[in-house]
Ligand binder design. Structure first.
Ligand code: TXA
Ligand code: MG
Length: 318
């Protein structure tokens, strides 16, 4: 089992040695390795059981350091970095040859972000290489938002998890890039896209496609619990399942349903921020409960509600 602690020097020594460490960020926990060492990067793919066509995000401690890894930083994207880094924003930028092929799966752009977590920022500052870090879950499963989530699934494969508590945002970063003159969103995430539009005007959200993902965050079945996950009107779903005498659990936005045993309310005060923060832990708990089916409802389709709904819809794809 992995050791869990707050020892930055220890985390640093494992990483320098080519090993992997679970790291906290404001979005979800990452499975981090030296991004410039192809062997560490290969170990990330192996540990997560992730297909090598699904590229990784490079994490660094400041905007200045990003220049070491990218050929060009277009003004509009730099403006976003200035406004939102450190924070839940990932930018796709043309990579320099120093970035290994394995990190980008051979693509010309590299995904980069500066995460907002004091422990991880200190760790990144202390290292002379950036960290490649996908979410610290087995490929296709729900992303981890606590050290215990990481331990439960990858604990036997990594030596150390840096304990930064529960993640503040709870959803993966929003991924943004340019296509010609258009600013394009490749993955809805923890940074509300209306915040991005306030800075740089209208943007495009790319349709999801499972057959030809340009960001495999767009793979349809992703973030998925193992149990059947039904999305719809909870009132109706609950009465149907009661009639069938099914063992079900419920994931609601703010409403309480009397008499339901396995029930998670994402935010009693109907806050989308709070719902985002609680989403993945609630999905995991329901997946591990004695419920055989999970029933859930969509959030209002505004602000972070769009990104939450994106994850809920993918969880419902089997
Ligand atoms: O919040 C986050 O972004 C978390 C934390 C740990 O930083 N990381 C994360 O990584 O969610 P991961 O690997 O689970 O998801 C990264 C997504 C993948 O879907 C990948 O396809 C996309 O980023 N991506 C990475 N590099 C890309 C590239 N060069 N072009 C297009 N998509 C890319
Ligand atoms: Mg992931």
């Amino acid at each position: 089992m992995a050791e869990i602690g707050k020892d930055i020097a220890l985390a640093q020594s494992f990483l320098k040695n080519g090993q992997l460490v679970g790291i906290p960020t404001e979005t979800v926990y990452g499975l981090a390795g030296n991004a410039l060492n192809p062997e560490s990067v290969a170990l990330i793919f192996e540990t997560k059981n992730r297909p090598s066509f699904d590229p990784l995000i490079l994490h660094t401690s400041s905007l200045n350091r990003v220049e070491d890894f990218v050929m060009d930083f277009p003004e509009r994207l730099k403006k976003l970095a200035d406004s939102f880094w450190p924070g839940p924003l990932t930018l796709l930028l043309p990579r320099k040859p120093i970035v290994p092929d394995l990190v980008t799966s051979g693509l010309e752009r590299v995904a980069v972000r500066v995460p907002k977590h004091p422990l991880t920022l200190t760790l990144l500052e202390s290292l002379d290489f950036p960290l490649a870090a996908p979410s610290a879950n087995p490929f296709g499963y729900i992303s981890p938002t606590t050290p215990a989530h990481v331990e439960a699934q990858l604990g036997d494969k990594i030596p150390y998890i840096l304990d930064g508590g529960a993640c503040e945002v709870g959803l993966e970063s929003t991924i943004v890039g340019l296509e010609g003159d258009d600013v394009v969103i490749y993955r809805l995430g923890g940074l509300d896209i209306s915040e991005i539009e306030k800075q740089i005007g209208p943007i495009k959200v790319k349709d999801h496609s499972s057959s030809n993902p340009s960001a495999p965050g767009q793979l349809e079945s992703h973030y998925a619990p193992r149990k059947p996950f039904l999305l719809g009107d909870l009132e109706k779903l609950i009465s149907e399942k009661k009639e069938e005498r099914a063992l079900f659990g419920v994931l609601s936005f703010s409403k309480h349903f009397p008499g339901v045993e396995n029930q998670f309310i994402l935010s009693e005060k109907a806050s989308l921020q709070e719902a985002a923060k609680n989403l993945f832990a609630a999905m995991r708990s329901l997946d591990q409960s004695n419920a055989e089916i999970i029933l859930a409802e969509l959030m209002p389709e505004t602000g972070l509600g769009r990104a939450i709904n994106d994850r809920l819809r993918r969880a419902a794809v089997k």
